[in-house]
Design a protein around this ligand. Structure first.
Ligand SMILES: CC(C)(COP(=O)(O)OP(=O)(O)OC[C@H]1O[C@@H](n2cnc3c(N)ncnc32)[C@H](O)[C@@H]1OP(=O)(O)O)[C@@H](O)C(=O)NCCC(=O)NCCS
Length: 186
């Protein structure tokens, strides 16, 4: 495996790049403060921009570790619309788990799919991972659909796995392995 780190990746409509501390206002306004976005994730909406600033301080510092893989998703026009990152990473098993979230105004336009496709290509080809997995709440079919669209395979449901915002949720799991990725490209 190669510790390439969070390198800029360019797609047709999005650029994946490192977060900077200057992203706080846009991140807070576009998704971090929005309860529609946080409904299906473990964290709560940020109450004020200082919370976003504190988080970005940590995230930017994390880049000192070359095994940090966390990107800001920006449109080609320069609007910051979301994040995509490895929430768990195992060098020993050549595997990682990805998570993503998008600003509400940009949902259902293919942006998460494009970002995840970029990340998968980079992780298999440049970092040398063998397996990438992703989990979704069963009540969140959009996230499941993103996983399907990038060629991940369904691996099952963990019943009553997560307790989020007072509700217990079943958790579905998808994964793609390097063999699938190579087959899909043929
Ligand atoms: C999940 C999320 C990242 C998807 O981002 P996105 O940019 O809208 O995703 P895409 O546009 O690439 O794809 C969404 C797909 O879901 C489909 N979809 C949306 N709502 C749906 C629903 N209620 N039922 C079934 N499919 C649905 C869309 O039609 C689209 O599929 P299609 O291209 O076949 O039509 C975004 O909704 C989000 O940020 N949600 C809140 C945070 C979150 O849940 N993150 C994931 C945690 S696992």
């Amino acid at each position: 495996m190669h510790d390439v780190g969070t390198k800029t990746l360019r797609g047709q409509r999005v650029v994946l790049r490192r977060f900077t501390r200057n992203d706080a206002e846009a991140m807070f306004k576009n998704w971090a403060s929005d309860p529609r976005v946080t409904e299906t994730v473990t964290w709560h909406p940020h109450k004020d921009v200082n919370e976003t600033k504190e988080l970005l301080k940590i995230w930017v510092n994390d880049y000192k570790n070359p095994w940090t893989y966390r990107w800001a998703i920006e449109t080609n026009e320069g609007t910051l619309i979301g994040s995509i990152d490895f929430v768990a990473f195992s060098e020993a098993h050549l595997s990682g788990e990805v998570g993503y979230c998008l600003a509400y105004d940009y949902w259902n336009q293919g942006y998460a799919t494009e970002a995840l496709n970029l990340l998968i290509g980079f992780m298999f080809e440049e970092v040398g991972l063998n397996r990438i997995e992703a989990k979704y709440l069963v009540v969140n079919p959009a996230s499941k659909r993103v996983m399907e669209k990038v060629g991940m395979q369904f691996e099952g449901v963990h019943r009553q796995m997560y307790r989020i915002k007072g509700r217990t949720h079943d958790l579905g799991r998808y994964a793609i392995v390097k063999d699938d990725y190579e087959k899909n490209r043929r």
